[in-house]
Design a protein around this ligand. Sequence first.
Ligand code: GAP
Length: 513
Amino acid sequence: MAEKDDTLKKVISHSKEYGFVFQSSEIYDGLSATYDYGQYGSELKNNIKKYWWMSMVQMHENIVGIDAAIFMHPTTWKASGHIDAFNDPLIDNKDSKKRYRADVLIEDYIAKIEGKINKDITKAKKRFGDDFNETEFRNTNPNVTRRQEQINDVNTRMADALNSDDLENVRQLIIDLGIKCAVSGTANWTEVRQFNLMFGTELGSVSGESATIYLRPETAQGIFVNYLNVQKTSRMKLPFGIAQIGKAFRNEIVARQFIFRMREFEQMEMQFFIKPGTQMEWYQYWKNTRMKWHNALGFGEDNYRFHDHIKLAHYADAACDIEFNYPMGFKELEGIHSRTDFDLGAHQEHSKKNLTYFDSETNERYLPYVLETSIGLDRMFLSVLTKSYAEETLKDGSSRVVLRIPPALAPVKVAIFPLTKKDGLPEKARAIMHKIKLDHNCQYEEKDAIGKRYRRQDAIGTPFCITVDHETLENNTITIRERDSMKQERVDINDLAQIISSKVSISNLINQE
Ligand code: GAP
């Protein structure tokens, strides 16, 4: 656990030192749970967006993208259920005055028991080596089965209490489990209350004429209210999808763990409109498709897992998360939700507009069902950064910090160094860069020894460094050094564009999906 926490701390300080993520309004001591992306962070973020957009929109003939406004008519949120039901159960510790999400306190308790199970499994793996059968061990080891039963009991009690909105029982569960405040160490809890997560603000400048509007808590509603506009103007037939990338805002009670849980964040969402009755088939399809998208990055299949929702959101008939193995454990990265016709039905009722789709094959009118994939861009960013961060001791005894970011997502693709600042080498290096920068984000560096320049590029994850030396002037060749292996190769300048493109193009990732 200590080692895992350490990685997050290191990544936070590395992000700041190398221009990936800064605390927002830092000169005023910052604003909690709000962050700014720096020069390399915004490049990485843009590349993740590009990867998602290409896979979802460009590669699917039946998916198109839109960019809806953040502000929407206030009735949108009444219809979507967010005004009435977009709540988190909160609880305060009376001694420390610290506020918690009641369900998160219980989930953390469960995670501790899971941690103990995992420890037992790791020990047994070591003891039995290749003969170890994890499923059998989970089903038969008395310690593990007892702990698993305990987890199941807690999960059932939590789901029952939350699904029936029985907040007194949620509190009782916290007390029965002996959960204590991490600050005061006491179990002196208030009652559990529901807290709405939407940020409201006033529209209109004349007093008395204003109305409360909300910063959208999800991008999805901009897609639902536009679905017929898009369908008609693109002449699309079911099944078809609408994708969008944009900001969302939630007044999170407990915003923590760096950019994992923020009050202002970005989502990449896709609503897939389907024939009612086909939702389980599409649910499976999108679960597989999205998991492949993640695995194509090469961080290892073990770092992802599905987690079925116990408490379904007010709009879903099936839902799961793709969880990622962050330094603080497996946590939600993406949600896949079967939203039925809840949203379209509610908008039809509140707007009094006919939102049905005409199916020309069956000559019927009906409301499509919707399958949603929803991923947090900032959580994706954090997953990439935490798994890419590595500290290495090199053969000569020196050390380096390297971000092994998949080349297609790396902020800078190529760094170009003249060996010295004279003899026409800078001019030659700049001429090479001038050509490459048409296709790739490049950086020119001439200060310090080559070794130091390599270290700086390793620290921001640049996959290739190119050195221009005196031989370059004689025979038109340069050395190209690869980030991960640190191998250097002498190649012809004319082959450079092809070598780089073959490694850093996003299409490499798409081809592996
Ligand atoms: N439209 C469905 C929806 O919004 P969600 O599970 O509430 O579903 C989708 O959110 C994704 O948005 C999550 O899987 C997560 O990656 C991201 N997300 C949600 N709240 C977040 C927050 N406070 N900070 C950063 N990312 C968040």
